[in-house]
Design a protein around this ligand. Structure first.
Ligand code: ATP
Ligand code: MG
Length: 565
């Protein structure tokens, strides 16, 4: 993985090589690449899915083909319309569009049923009465072959009759299964007469009560690909062992188009959990506020937190597509987020840990406005007004009564620059009865308006600040990693034991400059010297709430750590 790999010049990944070779050799019908992204609507999409989305939609984009969105809704009871809506909105957020190519595996239930009937007629499928436990026992192991079910040679007419009656709801769940007759001695367990249909009395979100038998994944998925004319069916490595079953299904008589399956390594990131099942558990049991909790590794979570789609596309492109499993360091992702936000985030001032400074020689009741640049990285980003007055807040850590060596911020007798405003010099301080500093006194140099002096004297420190009278009180949510272990659950045996109790620290009394209250969710912000932030939908103009997207690289805290305090 290269941090500075230029997007345009990166070498082709193995799938692109296959595609270019297929195109060159006329193996692609109409020369049109057709891919699909096939999520199961049983949860929200996570960062791992971004890799699959960017790959599938990206290939279609690159080769002028199309990418289908197929909701793989073969598990009726786990699926939910809320999930379908979230999946669509997440894909659009990333900047991709499936256009009119929106499909559901359930669209093909009639066709799948016909195909199953044909298989029975041709003696290639049978109705089995083994119980799930027996079936497991008959299946054999990786080292031992399986053995034939006593029902394997059931006459065709009997199979037809039983399958029809399965469909008509005459039997309880688990009583019968329709299985393909392939080979119980196959070295690949997935080829040992895989189940094609099971009985399930569940209402399906799209087909309602029409069916009480549902087709299995290894039957449904390849045939859905074939029906849709998918040319390159790309999935993660755990499906490699299913490829023979995929090829079996797509070569069933009467299936005209033959798609091919290719597998790539899934995206894993340290400190992150990427399993919908475990994420659902966190949501259902209140460990997080919902699927879009900004600590969640879901697309809706990172979106609410303030990650940009561009940074995530950049991230997965840097990770690349390969066949080797690996774990990517989360700091690469944060690097991509910072790099993108640096170019686009609006700079504002917010004081998270306020200490009042009174500028004694500044007129009472006066206020004035400075022009603050919105983004020094972007000359076209313009400016906004920031109010100044006699009483301001600075960060507590920007003042020290007895400065340590190397401390260039405010201390008695020292002069610093207030960002966008004046030079001030600390002249004194007030303490409460416990000895805590509660207020600092300072004087300003009226000649230093805008941050430079007439005599050109230099100061080493610059602090951000807000005017007490104008600032807006805000809640700021400081996020850290949801898990404190690199591989949650690995050492403790239970990922819940690795939850980071400090993953959310809420600052209830931060002060932001007025301009910040107009920021909406979706606007990228940088609170100068504090980090990147995004407004949260929980807030309002009167009581804004901000999520910390990611910290800035902070040289001072590194220095503090080095100096041991
Ligand atoms: P999970 O294991 O989190 O439940 P899943 O694989 O069951 O995920 P699906 O909805 O079936 O989720 O996934 C849709 C597509 O996204 C599949 O093609 C799958 O291979 C791919 N995908 C899922 N997780 C990752 C990942 N971590 N990296 C890359 N692709 C992934
Ligand atoms: Mg799945």
């Amino acid at each position: 993985m290269e941090e500075n790999s230029a997007k345009e010049e990166r070498p082709l990944n193995f799938i692109e090589k296959i595609i270019e070779d297929d195109l060159k050799n006329g193996r692609v019908p109409n020369n049109e690449i057709v891919t699909r992204f096939p999520p199961e609507p049983n949860g929200y999409l996570h960062i791992g899915h971004i890799k699959s989305i960017c790959l599938n939609f990206g290939l279609a984009e690159k080769y002028g083909g199309r990418c289908h969105l197929r909701l793989d809704d073969t598990n009726p009871e786990k699926e939910d319309l809320e999930y379908i809506d979230s999946i669509k909105s997440d894909i659009r957020f990333l900047g991709f569009d499936w256009g009119k190519y929106e499909f559901y595996a359930s669209d093909y239930y009639d066709q799948l049923y016909e195909i199953a009937l044909n298989l029975i007629k041709e003696g290639k499928a049978y109705v089995d009465s083994l119980s799930p436990e027996e079936m497991k026992e008959y299946r054999g192991t990786l080292t031992e072959p399986g053995k034939n079910s006593p029902d394997r040679d059931r006459p065709i007419e009997e199979n037809m009759d039983l399958f029809l009656r399965m469909k008509n709801g005459e039997f309880p769940e688990g009583k019968y299964t329709l299985r393909a007759k392939i080979d119980m001695a196959s070295p690949n367990i997935n080829m040992r007469d895989p189940a094609l249909y099971r009985i399930k009395y569940a209402e399906h979100p799209r087909t309602g009560k029409k069916w009480c038998i549902y087709p299995m994944y290894d039957f449904t998925h390849p045939i859905s690909d074939a029906i849709e004319g998918i040319t390159h069916s790309i999935c993660t490595l755990e499906f490699e062992d299913h490829r023979p079953a995929y090829d079996w299904a797509t070569s069933i008589d009467g299936i005209e188009h033959t798609p091919h399956q290719y597998e790539f390594a899934r995206l894993n990131i340290n400190y992150f959990l990427m399993s919908k099942r475990k994420l659902l558990y966190l949501v259902k049991n209140g460990y997080v506020s919902g699927w879009d909790d900004p600590r969640m590794p879901t697309i809706s979570g990172i979106r609410r937190r303030g990650y940009s789609p561009e940074s995530m596309r950049d991230f997965v492109s840097r990770v690349g597509v390969a066949k080797v499993e690996g774990v990517v360091d989360y700091s690469l992702m944060e690097f991509c987020v910072r790099e993108d936000l640096n170019k686009r985030a609006k700079r504002l001032m917010a004081v998270l840990d306020p200490l009042e400074v009174i500028i004694d020689n500044y007129p009472d009741g006066k206020s004035e406005y400075f022009d603050a640049e919105n983004n020094p990285e972007d000359p076209n980003s313009g400016t906004h007004k920031v109010a100044f007055s006699k009483h301001i807040y600075i960060e507590k850590e920007d003042f020290m009564e007895n400065p340590v060596k190397g401390y260039h911020r405010l201390y008695p007798g020292n002069e610093i620059r207030l960002k966008h405003a004046y030079y001030i010099t600390a002249t004194g301080l007030e303490k409460d009865k416990d000895g805590n500093i509660i207020r600092v006194h300072a004087t300003y140099d009226p000649e230093s308006r805008g941050g430079t002096t007439q005599d050109g004297r230099k100061v080493k420190g610059t602090s951000h600040w807000v005017s007490k009278e104008h600032a807006v009180k805000a809640e700021v949510r400081q996020y850290d990693k949801l898990f404190k272990a690199e591989n949650p659950g690995e050492a403790t045996g239970n990922y819940l034991d690795d939850l980071n109790p400090e993953s959310l620290v809420v600052i209830r009394e931060a002060y932001v400059e007025e301009e910040a209250k107009f920021a909406k969710p979706g606007d990228y912000l940088q609170f100068i010297r504090n980090g990147y932030y995004m407004s949260d939908p929980d807030g309002s103009e009167e009581k804004p709430v901000f999520n910390r997207t990611v910290t800035l690289k902070d040289s001072w805290s590194k220095m503090k750590a080095k100096m041991g305090f």
